[in-house]
Write a protein that binds this ligand. Sequence first.
Ligand code: UGA
Length: 434
Amino acid sequence: MKICIIGSGYVGLVSGACFADVGHNVICVDNNAKKVEQLVQGKVPIYEPGLEELIHRNVAAHRLHFTTSTEEGVDKSDVVFIAVPTPPQPDGSVDLSYIEKVAREISVVLKPGQYRVIVDKSTVPVKTGEKVADTIRRYNKTGADFDVVSNPEFLREGCAVADLMKPDRIVIGSNSERAIALMQKIYEPFMSPVLVTDINSAELIKHAANSFLALKISYINAVARICEASGADVEKVADGIGSDRRIGRNFLNAGIGYGGSCFPKDIAAFIAISEDLGVPFTLLKEVEKINRTQRERFIAKIRESLWVLKDKKIAVWGLTFKPDTDDVRSSVAIDVVRDLLAEGAQVSVYDPKGMEKAVEFKLVDGARLAKSPLDAAEGAEALIVATEWKEFTTVDLSDLMKVMHTPLIFDGRNIMDPNTVRAAGFKYTSIGRS
Ligand code: UGA
């Protein structure tokens, strides 16, 4: 199949590389000429395990191309995916201006006699597909033949390639048999379950899925508070409830809250969408509140132990919103660093992949940038674990004890075993475990 993907961000780039790898001919379009130039030269702008190799292999096989021209992409393809950002607005609702702009750009390059399927892969509010179709119809003066499909993406950062290659399900939302048949052909090589729905249901599935996962995290974080108050262990409680197959153990890891470029934005969007439709989803407001206060409670615990945070030397391990990514957008770890800096603490930070982007976006100005976990902990009066990188679990505890000034650990991701750490002489505080 000949495929065009408009928007070479996370979703667009990974989708393009995976579609090419299963044998399709893919053109990725991006309006950022510098990014396109870099991609042509084989430089990949994001860190994602396996992605660089995939891109190199498929560029070399002439199945993956990059351009700044929407016209070229649409002209040479049967199916055109839209994968541009849908950022939040200050009130939580979704800014759809990039989608609208792309719809107009596509409309003016569609030619008579050329059938095209326009697929929305970006996360969008329900009913956006209808608006995309209206917009294309309004701006296209040639009566072009096209259908609009919703095909939400469920990949996770850090394992995006694996998620895309072997998805739990592929959702195809459309009312057109012809469009559905083409979409099924694209996804045939992935050999995964396909769910065909109407376009509105497909759009809703994405927001409902992310909100449910966020709800699961906030649920276990609320349970963690009860564990702390009662002397129970949240890990054991999560194992106990998670082994019921109806509940499942995934996404029941208590911590300092969820972050990233998806959950905070999508939950706020779903709240705004529900209010817009006159059916306010108030449960999600509580999910947001638990998430926000989870970090505040964590900082309060540190303050309580150290008494005064001003001028205290504090090491923070982790800046990314989760491990195996360099993404620091809406990261709770960054918020923790900023909270400590705001209280006058002397913070040193270390992250295996996130340092560069944190510095580039000026997110940790005022903090010392360390070269390793032990370097960060040098002279520290407390150590905070803010992201669950595997590297942090391999640090030798006796080495850590030697470099720290006072041996206090606040583990915001429960990556250490309380008995082991305490036996090594540390005062250890984690989430939902006494
Ligand atoms: C999330 C969804 O998992 C994907 O299915 C979806 O496609 C994506 O959003 C999106 O909408 O684009 P992602 O944001 O990459 O993926 O990361 P997750 O693995 O879901 O983690 C999100 C946050 O939840 C992280 O901050 C993580 O630390 C936190 N988390 C996750 C917990 O605190 N506890 C858990 O048990 C699991």
